[in-house]
Design a binder for this molecule. Structure first.
Ligand SMILES: [Zn+2]
Length: 267
């Protein structure tokens, strides 16, 4: 603990700043990233705007705080020194009066000394209070600077994360929307062959349209990249490439390639 009425020592201040920083950064957690994941594009865009405004305010604050601090620092330091000097004098005088009172003196003198002691004691309390104010103001400015710094650091991490999420959501929306729309119209143009080109099971006119090179990897919805397959193969292949699918389920790649070529597919 710092002595009453004294500004924090550099070590104490450093400890205090580290604590402020830790608290600020603890407020920023993985939970916020989870929230980003659930946000729609419109909400993310709004959020980014808010974050940018917050960051600009914090940066403007930080830019003028140290200037304000320099002025206040000098003022508070001289107020502190002045109060400390007066306090010293009063303490000195108090000691003197107490010494006099301890000696054997006449009663009329004693009364005068006792009232002087009372005045000095209240003066002492007043001056001790005057010491606290400049020191605590100075410390609070230093803390405020540190809070602003930590806030800028936090926002500096949030903003790119939100922007990245916004890009991903926008891309995914654009891609899945158009890919689905195109795939629908291509599906109508595709012929259903009697057998699943991957496993050879009969399709009986009820195939599932598959992107041979998956949409998830950037595969296009074109007649050459789409083929009707059986439900089992459709479920198993999911987002795998043909090569991954063949390897995973030990399928006959020669026969599959021959069949796809015959159907005019590209793979
Ligand atoms: Zn199949």
């Amino acid at each position: 603990m710092p002595a009453r009425g004294n500004p924090l020592s550099p070590e104490e201040l450093e400890r205090k700043c580290a604590e402020i920083r830790r608290k600020q950064l603890a407020g920023y957690s993985g939970k916020d990233f989870q929230r980003f994941r659930r946000m729609t594009l419109a909400t993310l865009t709004r959020k980014i705007k808010d974050l940018q405004a917050d960051l600009a305010t914090a940066e403007a604050d930080l830019a003028c705080e140290p200037q304000r601090f320099k002025v206040s620092l000098r003022e508070y330091d001289s107020l502190h020194a002045e109060a400390a000097e007066k306090l010293n004098l009063v303490e000195h005088e108090l000691k003197h009066v107490r010494r006099l009172l301890a000696a054997s003196i006449a009663n009329d003198q004693r009364t005068a000394l006792e009232s002087r002691l009372g005045r000095l004691t209240s003066k002492h309390a007043e001056l001790s209070g005057a010491l606290v104010t400049p020191a605590s103001r100075k410390n609070s400015i230093l803390e405020r600077i540190e809070v602003t710094r930590a806030r800028i650091e936090v926002l500096g991490r949030f903003l790119p994360a939100a922007e990245k999420r916004q890009r991903i959501v926008a891309l995914a929306a654009a891609h899945s929307g158009s890919a689905r729309a195109i795939a629908g119209s291509i599906r109508a143009q595709l012929d259903i062959s009697p057998f699943c080109p991957y496993c050879g099971e009969p399709l009986l006119g009820k195939g599932h349209a598959d992107h041979i090179y998956p949409v998830a990897h950037g595969g296009l919805s074109t007649p050459r990249n789409m083929v009707y397959i059986c439900a089992t193969c459709n479920q198993r292949k999911a987002d795998m490439t043909l090569r991954q699918f063949v390897r995973k389920f030990s399928l006959d790649s020669d026969r599959i390639e021959l069949e796809l070529t015959r159907l005019g597919k590209r793979f």
